[in-house]
Design a binder for this molecule. Structure first.
Ligand SMILES: C[S@@+](CC[C@H](N)C(=O)[O-])C[C@H]1O[C@@H](n2cnc3c(N)ncnc32)[C@H](O)[C@@H]1O
Length: 201
């Protein structure tokens, strides 16, 4: 099996670190949902060495994440990234109030809407009362895309699998609210992406 590597994750990791810097500086531990190749976690663990970062993946992608993280730990000696475990949002329960920060990138448009709902429930259960949840990716607002590129990306996703698609911030806010979370702020990011920061309502 090849070690997964995403050019996009390499390109956007620094801007994500800059945008979340003040919040991550105050957090002790992070739960990441849908870590993929682990590139964001590996970079952010090196940059914010006080963090204990838990990477996770769903079944089919877990092995690739294990390989990528194992290699990065061997090469960099980075000790604050925890060995990956399996987390599928459809079935994961997790411990209450276990994490100061929850992070997920580029997952909301890949998951079906029921999985998106499950993610917010997991966040509300596993995140500390004063914690934050950062969701990175492309989003619509009030039904409007913020670029032609995202219109095309949304169409491509939906034609590949109708359950996928770029989510609307308004719809996400309603889902989040029903799970006890409220939108704290949106941060505009390069390439027409955003970070949505959520806190407990
Ligand atoms: C586009 S990739 C993003 C990977 C990485 N976060 C990044 O930004 O490079 C979407 C990720 O969501 C994960 N995912 C999809 N459905 C999931 C589920 N039900 N539970 C947990 N993760 C899921 C996939 O396995 C995949 O790694």
């Amino acid at each position: 099996m090849e070690v997964p590597f995403y050019t996009s994750a390499d390109r956007n990791k620094e801007a994500i670190g800059d945008a979340l810097s003040a919040h991550l500086a105050r957090a002790a531990n992070v739960l990441e949902i849908g870590s993929g190749s682990g590139q964001h976690a590996i970079y952010l663990c090196q940059r914010f060495s006080h963090l204990q970062w838990q990477v996770t993946e769903q079944g089919a992608s877990l092995e690739g994440l294990r390989l990528a993280v194992g290699l990065a730990v061997d090469q960099s000696g980075c000790e604050n990234i925890q060995p990956p475990f399996e987390l599928d949002v459809s079935s994961y329960v997790g411990s209450e109030n276990a994490y100061a920060f929850v992070y997920s990138a580029n997952t909301a448009h890949i998951m079906g809407i029921e999985e998106v709902k499950s993610t917010f429930k997991i966040v509300n259960r596993c995140m500390a009362a004063d914690g934050l949840y950062a969701l990175y990716g492309p989003f619509k607002e009030n039904g409007q895309h913020n670029s032609e590129g995202n219109v095309a990306f949304d169409e491509a996703l939906r034609s590949e699998d109708p359950k996928m698609g770029i989510r609307d911030v308004t719809e996400l806010s309603e889902i989040a609210m029903s799970s006890g979370l409220a939108l704290l702020k949106q941060i505009d990011m390069p390439s027409n992406n955003r970070i949505l920061l959520w806190q407990k309502a």
